[in-house]
Design a protein around this ligand. Structure first.
Ligand SMILES: [Zn+2]
Length: 253
């Protein structure tokens, strides 16, 4: 598959979900349609190795104009299809299919779903929370892209555990330069790494990563590639960050 071909179809949700379903069958993952949004089925895949604690959470596509994230997550899984069963993952391949199809950040009702995890009236988010309810994850990764980015960067929620951010950036930096700005999105950054302590009282809304950090995950990463950069390397950068996080998950504590 060459990058031009991907470039044409990275916004094709039916193509993406068809490939995921084929891959899940081949890798013998547990897949389910946990909700629908507009006419699209929302998918979740769990490896048989996933237990109630110590797993790895991966999601992409909550913003539909960030196609290297959804494509990178799929290609990472495809690359590891023969061992995916043994990696304890819970995967949400695309949280906003309507957005992906229309190349829009928001859903069809113009909501930024990544500002909605404090709400109880969005059925797809309620259904996702219900699915995650009994899990504690060692690592959670939310994959994104940023139109204004000048390179790859990431947010890491500062929790009690050792951090991963710099290692993931080193892996991604092989494909896409690291965003060297000292301030990114109004926050202090250190070679692309934005480590944040979260004070919930200061948040007017709850993003997916914050919800995860406060309820489910020991380490929480929001990875961002620059969406104006070439598609192929952005996809590779996401694959590299996921890959590195999985490798580290075997050695960290
Ligand atoms: Zn995003």
């Amino acid at each position: 598959m060459n990058f031009d071909f991907q470039g044409h179809r990275v916004h094709d949700y039916r193509f993406l979900s068809k490939r995921w379903l084929q891959l899940a069958r081949k890798a013998r993952l547990h897949g389910l349609v946990y909700n629908t949004a507009d006419e699209f089925e929302l998918l979740c895949f769990r490896s048989p190795a996933l237990q109630s604690s110590g797993g790895i959470y991966l999601s992409a596509g909550i913003h539909g104009d960030e196609p290297a994230a959804t494509e990178g997550l799929y290609q990472w899984a495809e690359l590891h299809s023969s061992i995916l069963r043994e990696i304890p993952v819970m995967i949400f391949p695309c949280l906003n299919p309507w957005g992906l199809v229309h190349n829009r950040r928001t859903d069809s009702e113009n909501r930024d779903l990544n500002r909605c995890y404090h709400l109880d009236d969005i059925p797809q988010i309620t259904a996702q929370k219900e699915l995650m309810r009994d899990y504690r994850f060692r690592i959670a990764m939310c994959l994104h892209e940023d139109y204004d980015a000048q390179g790859v960067y990431l947010y890491e929620v500062r929790q009690k555990r050792s951090t991963l951010g710099r290692e993931l950036l080193a892996a991604a930096g092989y494909y896409v330069p690291i965003d060297a700005r000292r301030t990114i999105e109004g926050r202090r950054a250190e070679q692309g790494w934005i480590a944040r302590k979260i004070n919930l009282k200061k948040f007017p809304f709850i993003a997916e990563a914050i919800y995860l950090a406060f309820n489910h995950s020991e380490r929480t990463i929001t990875a961002e590639t620059p969406s104006e950069y070439e598609l192929g390397p952005r996809i590779q950068a996401h694959i590299a960050m996921i890959q590195r996080a999985i490798e580290l998950s075997f050695v960290i504590w």
